[in-house]
Design a protein around this ligand. Sequence first.
Ligand code: FAD
Length: 357
Amino acid sequence: MARKQDVIVIGGGIIGASIAWHLTRGGATVRLVAEQVGGVATPTSFAWINASWGNPEPYYRLRTRSIEEWQRLAADVADLQLSECGGLCWDLPPNELRRFASEHRNWGYDIREVSAKEAATLEPAVKTLPDLAVHARHEAAAEPVAATRALIRSALAGGMELLEGVRIIGLEATEGRMTGVRTETAFLGADRIVVAGGADTARLAATLGITIPVEAPPGLIVHSKPVPKMLNGLVIATELHVRQTQEGRIIAGSDFGGTDPGSDPDGAAKDLFDKVRAFLKGGDALEMDFHTVGYRPTPIDGFPIVGEVAGVDGLYLAVTHSGITLAPAIGRFAADEILTGEKQPLFAPYRLSRFEG
Ligand SMILES: Cc1cc2nc3c(=O)[nH]c(=O)nc-3n(C[C@H](O)[C@H](O)[C@H](O)COP(=O)(O)OP(=O)(O)OC[C@H]3O[C@@H](n4cnc5c(N)ncnc54)[C@H](O)[C@@H]3O)c2cc1C
């Protein structure tokens, strides 16, 4: 009989949680080690699940697959807090918006052009709507921390072990094989290690001399106090991306990834929130509750890094921006690759080896 795989997953954000959940479901013995359960970037995310404009087709395919995988997970994991709300988008000039809709429709995206009149029926609380917008029915949002915690709860019920509040200071390998990880107080042995440490993945990999080209640009998101329902779905307007959370908060960034708040984040948050108030009917009554400045783990070419590392048996990396969109697909395919050794074709463009040379 095949030996049960013993895997340590580093990272309790949405990526580590999803990989750990899928590995546990696949029959592995999993220890999830996380300094912060719920993640670091994950709680500061806008959490738009999409395969929207600006991406090459292979990346579009991975993203649309992950939207489907979100639906599968929602049927399987209690309290995932996924909202399949659709997205109304007009953050491109009309000719580019048309080109985007037509290209993505040809690729199979469920997207259509809508007039200002129809947009007003979709989002009646928005004060001024453009003559042309596009609506993507399958775009969604998740409450990222709730989803992460739901995955971890479900994996714990399936037998996973959680080491919470534990910081890994280094990865250890002997003769090209992983032997384990070192915390501040102990050595944890395992021959399979998944590093899903967000922006800290580069520092962890560097302890084995491996270079991971990742940046972490800052992004500002403002949150209102909860209010009764104002928005039906995601609104991706010019210079303002807005949605309402399941708790009723209106959250927004000048871009979904947030933008750099500069040297005065409080002032930038206030200015951004004023824009939100001006954008919505009844917006004057909105009160800002808090803002976040998150740091998006972003490989320097803008695409994920997933997979094994050549020359180090048993080491698997998963670091990406758009991690809310991609978590279900990355979790499923990473677990499959680790458990079966078979390579997932959708991951082919996203190996670390693309940066070699
Ligand atoms: C402002 C902003 C807006 C965004 N908007 C979107 C969006 O609309 N749609 C979308 O799809 N994505 C979005 N993203 C990106 C998305 O949020 C991230 O890609 C995702 O959250 C990354 O998750 P992660 O689990 O890899 O990392 P993180 O959430 O950062 O989690 C890292 C985990 O690793 C642990 N860890 C790290 N180092 C160690 C160590 N040494 N020892 C132990 N534990 C360690 C941490 O404690 C944490 O648990 C946005 C991000 C930001 C910042």
